[in-house]
Write a protein that binds this ligand. Structure first.
Ligand SMILES: *Cc1c(COP(=O)(O)O)cnc(C)c1O
Length: 345
């Protein structure tokens, strides 16, 4: 159910924060593409769209999106985390889906202008503003199964979010799935709804049958990622994660954590590894998920072929905690942003 940021603030004051992603700012940015040209982006009210039932996105899945965050620092300034990386990734997703290139400047300006228009609604830490740029094919043509959408809508939706761990932080229970794939070997790095819906039934079954929070996809034993987060193994001196290829999403959080880990003198090893290696590592090492929404979350339990295996003794390990705190300190302005990751709006 959608609600406004003001309602959410009222709810927050009553100590009942709204669920992540269900509250939106009063304004959003919208731009249209038709006959080969983009319109001038506009900031307007966040409200329903009117789309023809034959719109390309409804039938042939022409959609991609991004997820990034803006933070309000103690001095009142508002900063967007690694905007350049997210813009680059969305342009790449659009290209693979045969959607038009939104352009670096246009997309960057739309995000900045939307956040600036809603500056007052950006929550202070530990809250943040979740930013959801989205692109959909709108041409009304069910005959266009074999051709790209000629009309497109690009919008930037904004959602003020509270503390992800407000309910108390708890290590996750993850089902290891080594038979089925989340996506395909070529399509896995595209940020598109199609990849979510293609893996959804495995997540639903894992929850129903094992009470698992998420599924870790390891087709043929190759440990990849969960439905919406990247996966890392860590201990006191090393981080191990799969090297980038087209089978999984190239997370900006993954990249940021690896960069911080190098600075903190961990050995960062990007290599393929198998499920038995993962389980052996976790007898005394840690495992964690990374992604914009939760930043970095510890795995406490794996379920593999019906049997439970603890990771880090079922607790949140010290290295997971340390790296997450190092990243959130930069995002929220309590540690120096030495790499220029934050763009002030
Ligand atoms: C968005 C996403 C991630 C995390 O990427 P971040 O840039 O760190 O937010 C990981 N896996 C999938 C499948 C995703 O869609």
């Amino acid at each position: 159910m959608a609600t406004t940021a003001k309602a959410a603030i009222a709810a927050d004051e009553q100590q009942t924060p709204a669920a992540f992603g269900t509250v939106f700012t009063e304004k959003m940015a919208v731009c249209h593409y038709a006959q080969g040209v983009w319109s001038i982006p506009e900031i307007g009210p966040t409200r329903e769209f009117s789309l023809h039932p034959a719109a390309h996105v409804f039938h042939y899945g022409s959609s991609c999106f991004e997820g990034l965050k803006a933070y309000r620092w103690k001095d009142g300034s508002v900063r967007v985390f690694r905007l350049d990386r997210h813009v680059e990734r969305m342009r790449r997703s659009a290209g693979i889906l045969c959607l038009p290139d939104p352009g670096e400047q246009r997309l960057t300006a739309m995000v900045r202008d939307a956040v600036a228009a809603c500056r007052d609604e950006v929550p202070a830490s530990p809250g943040s503003l979740y930013i959801r740029p989205t692109m959909i094919g709108t041409s009304p043509d069910v005959g266009a199964a074999g051709s790209p959408a000629s009309d497109v809508c690009l919008f930037v939706l904004l959602s003020p979010v509270g503390d992800y761990f407000s309910g108390g932080e708890r290590p996750l229970k993850i089902l290891i799935e080594d038979e089925h794939m989340r996506s395909t070997p070529e399509f896995g790095s595209v940020k598109t709804g199609a990849n979510y819906v293609s893996s959804l039934r495995y997540a639903v079954a894992a929850k129903r049958d094992f009470g698992a929070d998420q599924v870790l996809f390891c087709p043929g034993g190759d440990v990849q990622e969960t439905g919406a987060s990247n996966f890392l193994l860590l201990n006191d001196h090393e981080i191990v994660t799969k090297p980038l290829n087209d089978s999984f999403l190239h997370g900006v959080t993954r990249d940021s954590i690896l960069s911080l880990a190098r600075q903190l003198n961990y050995t960062v090893t990007e290599r393929n590894f198998t499920v038995p290696e993962l389980l052996a590592w976790c007898t005394d090492g840690e495992a964690a998920l990374t992604g914009t929404a939760a930043v970095m979350t510890a795995v406490g339990t794996f379920v593999y072929r019906g049997k439970e295996h603890l990771a880090a003794g079922g607790r949140i390990g010290p290295n997971t905690r340390r790296l997450r705190e190092a990243l959130t300190a930069i995002q929220t302005g309590t540690a120096a942003d030495t790499q220029g990751w934050l763009a002030e709006v």
